[in-house]
Design a protein around this ligand. Sequence first.
Ligand code: ADP
Ligand code: MG
Length: 337
Amino acid sequence: MVTVVARAPGRVNLIGEHTDYNGGLCLPFAIRLATTARVTVRPDDALRIASREADDRDPHWREYVVGVVEELRRLGWEVPGLDIELTSTVPLGGGLSSSAALECAVATAIAGLLGVPLDDAARRTLAAACRRAETDHVGAPTGGMDQLASMLGADGHALLLDFADPAAPATTPVPLPVTEDGLALLVTDTRVRHALAAGDGGYAQRRRECDAGDPRRLRHVQTENDRVRAAIAAITARDWPGLGALMTASHASLRDDYEVSVPQLDVAAGTAIGAGALGSRMTGGGFGGCTITLLRAERVAAVRAAVDAAYRDRGWTAPVHHLVEPGPGAQVLSAAG
Ligand code: ADP
Ligand code: MG
């Protein structure tokens, strides 16, 4: 019996939202929250999939895993019958890409099982296969950022992604020395749950509007690409207030031009800035999910308290905060047999 354990991280997007499927730029990083897949070869052809975090009311979560196995088989990989056990510290449906973490953990474990070395090319191949699992099997029209961030993330680095050639996105690691400079990145989960998968209209509708050339939607894409370029310059110059201002401008564009924010995101971002953060924006597809806030480390407690109080005042479910930092991409943890 052969068993391989692999982990793949969730991600947060620092800036560059709804640009990946529009041929644009984004700047995500892999976080330390991750999904772990333990994969064991079975004597028969069956796939048995169990997840500690799965929601019984969610009819299609196994499709993410089956989709990955099918996509790898389409690449010619001889994937045997498997027992797949999953655990995750990435909140499900919370905008930190539990879906890509799940796909990439399974794909990485299978690569380990088959003895495929995880070089850069293999990581890109797996990211593309995982993306197809999500778009073609689950029916969630994601743009490819999440899987690349999970497969190619590097400790202490964000990852600049350029989708000018969507079939072969260019990737550039960007050092992100926030902790070194006394800053923190705070993710605030609004607890408003979006559902990207088949049936939920918002995300797919935005894609159609962009394809149809809607000027306001495309203005967001264009200004957001400019903000990503400016963010790279600010990070390189260690101009943290400058980076914060770009994040805040990104939020305004997503709220006003792209119209994918919700009041809980607006209040989280606005309150954080009011309490002294350098910048704050919704991150992920929107319609719920999380904000990401750049702030001085000594402001973390005050900003959290201010956002909690703002939610309490409105009678909203309390948000959940995570301090995040850029961590490594997917990796095989152990192989035995
Ligand atoms: P996000 O990727 O931001 O967390 P998505 O809506 O894209 O949100 O993906 C969430 C869905 O992915 C869940 O509803 C579930 O179907 C599936 N999923 C992700 N991680 C797991 C897991 N560890 N176990 C079971 N299902 C999971
Ligand atoms: Mg997702």
